[in-house]
Design a protein around this ligand. Structure first.
Ligand code: XMP
Length: 327
């Protein structure tokens, strides 16, 4: 099959009309490629895999099987949103895999960041491969590859194939419905396909998820503190018009305790670090100046609503010298 490339003169998809034209053309191409064969998709709930799912559900319906692996490192409400949108609303064939214990057991006691990433990536492939082997007659694997992935892999910056690493008995033909699109175009197409705005315009989220925001050895209680504080931060950014203004914002709960007071008693608890950054190329980043009153309100909510947290700190470090994530 000839490699599909973005035509040099392709108009940037910025409107509903352009998105509809793309969807019409691409669905015809997908139907021709897939025929009556079956397709498998790892659906993380991120922008690219969600748009691929929506596109394929519209095009080939129940010839598509989506697998959503909950590795326990997702943000609050994410697995529920994937089930609601894809299984309940779009009537997709969705296999939900609760692999939380499996991942957290493997990660127990592991402190090295790269080792944590390796375990999360390796375990993900294993869980996905197990699910794939249970299914009959799957011939194709759908992927949310986008055009910058292709360009970066050609420039030798990074390998783009999400499927890289699948065992030899699972070699599928690839179907890549958003391959020629830039990220902003994927979002326009996603909204046109009926995906929720919050799903399509969400901030970047690393593959290893909250695992890199729970520095050192991940424990369930500290991970829960990251998840709950992140949910509060997101809610406050949404309410205060910062959610779509700031590139990326999250909380980190390091494995460090300090003395505090709660309910008149000594509370020896963790601190929660808030990070909010802006960037265009992610090579450098500046810090968003959060209004003082809002930061006080966020601090008040996190210290009162999240068990185990008695202080909130704001990270004023740009990239460099800091990276965006802590691990
Ligand atoms: P850093 O920390 O390198 O982050 O300044 C730059 C951007 O990349 C994201 N990031 C990751 N994304 N897997 C991912 O898919 C990872 O292991 C990973 N580490 C960092 C980070 O969230 C930021 O947007």
């Amino acid at each position: 099959m000839a490699e599909i490339r973005r035509p040099d003169d392709m108009v940037r998809i910025t409107t509903k009309e352009l998105a509809e034209a793309f969807i019409e053309k691409e669905t015809a191409r997908i139907r021709e490629q897939v025929g009556n064969r079956k397709v498998l998709l790892a659906l993380s709930g991120g922008v690219d895999s969600s748009v691929v799912a929506a596109m394929l559900i519209r095009t080939i319906g129940d010839q598509l099987t989506c697998v959503h692996v909950n590795h326990g490192l997702l943000r609050k409400g994410e697995p529920e949103q994937v089930i609601e949108v894809f299984r309940n609303q779009m009537k997709a064939n969705l296999i939900y895999v609760d692999a939380v214990d499996r991942f957290l057991d493997k990660l127990a006691g592991v402190t090295d960041p790269e080792q944590k990433r390796k375990i999360i990536g390796g375990e993900f492939i294993e869980v996905f491969a197990e699910e794939a082997r249970k299914l009959d007659n799957i011939e194709l694997l759908a992927q949310g590859t986008i055009w910058p992935d292709i360009l970066e892999s050609e420039d030798g910056i990074k390998a783009h194939h999400n499927a890289g690493g699948l065992p030899d008995d699972l070699k599928f033909e690839l179907v890549e419905p958003v391959r020629i699109l830039f990220k902003d175009e994927v979002r326009v197409v996603g909204e046109c396909l009926g995906l929720p705005h919050s799903m399509v315009y969400r901030q970047p989220f690393p593959g290893p998820g909250l695992g890199v925001r729970c520095p050192g050895a991940i424990t369930r209680d500290r991970l829960e503190a990251v998840r709950e504080s992140d949910a509060i931060l997101r809610e406050e950014f949404d309410k205060n018009g910062l959610a779509e203004k700031v590139w990326q914002y999250f909380t980190v709960v390091p494995d460090f305790r300090s003395t505090g007071i709660k309910g008149g008693k000594r509370a020896f608890e963790w601190c929660c670090i808030v990070r909010a950054i802006n960037t265009t190329d992610v090579m450098t980043a500046t810090v968003e100046p959060i209004p003082y009153d809002l930061m006080c309100h966020i601090t008040d909510r996190i210290t009162h609503e999240v068990p185990g947290i008695n202080r909130v700190l704001y990270d004023y470090t740009p990239k460099p010298t800091g990276t965006v994530e802590y691990e």
